[in-house]
Design a protein around this ligand. Structure first.
Ligand code: SAH
Length: 208
């Protein structure tokens, strides 16, 4: 896994160190443990949800430009893997998940593995105002448009990395940075994520 991350251009020493240290086999389903370090997304314990492929996690976390002690928000906890990688980069991480069962199992797992991550259950499209502002925010699901409440929860110099839907076939990984009070956005390349569901996201197909 580490060789493929380096081959695909991950350069940040702290991200490579974090990716090498977080035990991905503890975040995947028992039946998938043998493939835990293959560079692909794997199912997690909720219908249609996945733990992102390692390269995508590394790209997102590298794009966050985390520094020791940064306050970071992870939207879409899922298994908790990306939150663990962010924490291993030295950030204080708050992670928000809309599905109660996933939030509970990820919180237990992160605690058992000694990651200092606070897991919150709720709609992450609105951020976590009571913990804001953040130096860095990562969104682990595809947004229909820029989630404005998240952008508002950044400090000056803060980074928001979010996949934004770009036509029917996928998303553009987008980085927004708050520079001198203005939002600057840049496109980091195409990507594929499950939908972000919530007040400033997609509607839940199960309830609409
Ligand atoms: N980063 C995760 C994988 C994320 S999969 C990992 O490392 O395992 C996307 C997750 O986002 C799913 O768990 C899904 O339930 C969650 N999600 C979707 N919309 C959300 C929202 N509005 N707020 C919080 N979580 C959301």
């Amino acid at each position: 896994m580490m060789a493929s991350l380096i081959e695909y251009g991950i350069r940040s020493p702290s991200v490579l160190h974090a990716m090498a240290g977080v035990p991905r086999e503890d975040f995947v389903l028992e039946a998938d443990r043998a493939h835990a370090y293959a560079d692909r997304a794997l199912p997690i314990d909720a219908p249609g949800q996945t733990i992102s492929q390692p390269l995508m996690v590394a790209l997102v976390v590298e794009a966050l430009e985390l520094h020791e002690g940064d306050r970071a928000l992870d939207v879409g906890t899922g298994s908790g893997y990306q939150a663990a990688v962010m924490s291993a980069c030295g950030a204080h991480v708050v992670s928000i998940e809309r599905l109660e069962s996933l939030a509970r199992s990820a919180a237990e797992r992160l605690h058992r593995l000694n990651y200092d991550v606070e897991v919150v259950e709720g709609d992450g499209t609105l951020g976590v105002p009571e913990r804001a502002p953040f130096d860095a925010i990562a969104v682990g699901a595809a947004a229909p448009r820029l989630p404005i409440e998240l952008a508002r929860q950044l400090v000056e110099g803060g980074r928001l990395v979010v996949p934004i839907t770009d036509g029917p076939n996928g998303e553009q990984l987008t980085r927004l940075r708050l520079v001198n009070g203005r939002w600057e956005t840049e496109s980091l390349g195409p990507c594929r994520f499950v939908p972000l569901i919530g007040a400033d996201g997609y509607r839940d197909a199960a309830t609409s």
